[in-house]
Design a protein. Structure first.
Lengths: 230, 230
DNA sequence: ACAAAAGTGTTCACACTACACCCATGG
DNA sequence: CCATGGGTGTAGTGTGAACACTTTTGT
C-alpha cells in the first residue's frame, strides 16, 4: 500500500503511554502499574500499549484507558512525542504520551488490583521506567495550563461536586493554597455553576452544597466575550 | 536488538515536519515548498523528512531545518504528533511536528530557490497537503502561548533589533495592534534589554535605536521572582 | 458547649488601557 | 519646510490579593 517514495525508510514501534490523573483524599493521584514485561519488569510504569496498524494514536490511547478504567468518554489530551534513540532499553520505540482525567467516584478498584495498578499521590511519585517521569512532569505542566484556561477541572468529578472539594482539587493541581473567598468569588463571577439543593455531609457536620457545571451557562459566558480563567 | 515482547507489533514510518517561522515585511511568514514526491507532488507542503533508525525525533527535525536554512542552533519546539490512519495518502505515517524560529536577516534566498521553497505570509496561507494546515494552526497557537510566557520573540532577530520592529513582529504574531507606549513600558519595566548607540536608518528618517536582549539581565529579572510576560 | 468545616464582603495595591504631543531627519 | 516614523507620561479602570468573623450541626 505504501508509496514507492516511502520505501527503504526505517520503521518504528510506536507506543501510547497514558498519564491517568484522578482526585482522591484531597490529593492528585496518577495510576501506575508494575511493568509486566522485560526489560524493567516489576518497576513502576505508566499504562501503555503499542499502536496497531489500523489505529490512530488517539485510538491507541483510548484503548489503553478503557482497558485500565473501563470508563468511556474520558477526557484525554496529547502531551508530547518522545523519541530519544535509547529511551526504551528494550528496543527503538517512539512513544506518544496522553494525559487523561478520570472520575474516581466511579472507579472500580478490583480492576486496578487485577492489573497490579495503584493510585499514587503525585507528591510521592516513585522512579518510573525509561522517561516516564519526564512524561508525568510534562503532563502536569500541560494540565495546569489547561485547567487555568478551560473548564476541564470539572471532569475529575462525576457531575456534582462541592466547592470545598473543587478548591482542594485546585490546590492539589497547583500545589499551592488559595483563599476560599477569592476562589469562590472568581467562580461565581463566571456564573457557570448550578447550586443544587442537596448537601454532601460526609466530610463535614454542617455539610456543603453540591454544585454542577452547567454547559449552557458556560456557552452564554463565552458568548458574552469573556474567557474562562482559574 | 528488540526485546521478545516487542515482536509481532506493527511498525510505522515516522516523519518530522517543520513549521519554520520567519519575520519579513512586518508580517509573520512560514517557509513552504512544493512537495517533491508523490502523492500530492507539486502541492504546497511543510518541510519534512523521515526519521532514521539512529536519530531522535529532535535530530530528524534539526536535520530538516539545517537542510533548508543552513542555520545551526535554531530555536525549535515540538508541537504535537499526528497519527490519524489516513492522514498521509501515500501510506501509514506518524508525523511529529516542530516549529522553529529563524533569523531572516541571515537567510540565504538562493538556497530557498534551489528547493522551490518560498516564504508565505501566514495571512495568505494556501491549502497544504495532508493535515499540514492543522499543524501550522497548532504551531501558531503554541507559538503565541510561548511568546507570551518566555523571551523567545528575540530569536526571530540576529542579536539586535529596533523597538518598532519588535512591536511589528509582536503584532504580526498575535494579529492585533498594540499601543506603542504600553508595549515599550512593559518591556522597559522588565529591564532585560540593552539600548545600543547605533540606529537603524533604513525604515525611517529619524532612525530607531537598536536594542539587544541581555541574557544576564534576564537572569537577574527571573531571580527577583518576576515572570516574563508579553 | 465545643469542635470542625461552610459560607460570606471589603479594602488596597498593582497592572492594563486609553490617550496626544513633540522630536529628529531626509528629501 | 514638511512629511514620516520615533519617542515619551499620566490618569482612570479593573483585576488579583489580603484579610476575619458568623453559621451550622454532630458529638
Amino acid at each position: 500500500m505504501s508509496n514507492q517514495y516511502y520505501k527503504n525508510k526505517s520503521t518504528f514501534l510506536v507506543a501510547a503511554d497514558c498519564i491517568i490523573f484522578g482526585f482522591k483524599d484531597k490529593e492528585l493521584h496518577v495510576l501506575l502499574t508494575r511493568r509486566p514485561v522485560e526489560p524493567m519488569a516489576g518497576e513502576w510504569s505508566l499504562m501503555g500499549g503499542f499502536v496497531a496498524e489500523d489505529e490512530s494514536l488517539e485510538d491507541a490511547a483510548k484503548k489503553v484507558l478503557f482497558e485500565y478504567t473501563q470508563q468511556k468518554g474520558i477526557y484525554m489530551e496529547q502531551v508530547n512525542a518522545y523519541g530519544e534513540v535509547d529511551r526504551d532499553t528494550g528496543g527503538r520505540v517512539i512513544s506518544v504520551a496522553f494525559y487523561a482525567l478520570v472520575r474516581l467516584e466511579e472507579f472500580d478498584t478490583s480492576l486496578a488490583q487485577s492489573f497490579d495498578a495503584r493510585w499514587i499521590n503525585i507528591k510521592e511519585l516513585p522512579q518510573l521506567v525509561f522517561d516516564h517521569n519526564k512524561m508525568v512532569e510534562d503532563a502536569l505542566t500541560l494540565l495546569r495550563f489547561k485547567v487555568s484556561m478551560q473548564p476541564i477541572i470539572f471532569k475529575f468529578f462525576d457531575e456534582k461536586f462541592t466547592l470545598p472539594a473543587l478548591q482542594d482539587l485546585y490546590e492539589a493541581i497547583y500545589q499551592r493554597q488559595v483563599d476560599k473567598r477569592n476562589f469562590r468569588k472568581k467562580l461565581s463571577s463566571m456564573n457557570i455553576l448550578d447550586k443544587l439543593d442537596i448537601k454532601e455531609t460526609e466530610s463535614s457536620k454542617r455539610g456543603a452544597f453540591y454544585h454542577r457545571f452547567n454547559k449552557e451557562k458556560y456557552k452564554e459566558f463565552l458568548a458574552s466575550g469573556k474567557y474562562f480563567s482559574l
